[in-house]
Design a protein around this ligand. Structure first.
Ligand code: FES
Length: 115
């Protein structure tokens, strides 16, 4: 489970997304971190956490309202999909990769490097 523990200096460069227990196993949660002008999607796959942009790259629909299945997030519109771990498009009409973010979990809190 995201095994590398960051130092306190590292943590200051990261954005807190949510508590780990708020993300359902094999599911997705939408988060809106304070100070950021965007929503993000946080996923838990087999106990490991991932984060992506929340908006589908096809037509700006929130992916966190979609379904997670076998490591794929299925967009709630138009049948598109992405690989959660890589952001790679997995089904048309999605052609543009989804932006992914490095995630760490510290003391039950999920953080990401949102750049
Ligand atoms: S908005 Fe996601 S597939 Fe069209």
């Amino acid at each position: 489970m995201n095994a590398v523990r960051p130092t306190s200096d590292d943590l200051q460069m990261l954005t807190r997304l949510c508590r780990a227990n708020e993300v359902p196993e094999q599911g997705v949660k939408q988060v809106a971190p304070p100070g950021k002008d965007a929503e993000y999607a946080v996923y838990r796959l087999d106990g490991e956490f991932f984060a992506t942009d929340d908006l589908c790259t096809h037509a700006m629909v929130s992916l966190s309202y979609g379904d997670v299945e076998d490591g794929i997030i299925h967009c709630p519109m138009h049948g598109g999909a992405f690989e959660i771990r890589t952001g790679k498009p997995a089904a048309l009409p999605c052609r543009i990769p989804l932006k992914t973010y490095k995630v760490v979990v510290v003391d039950g809190e999920v953080f990401a490097d949102l750049g």
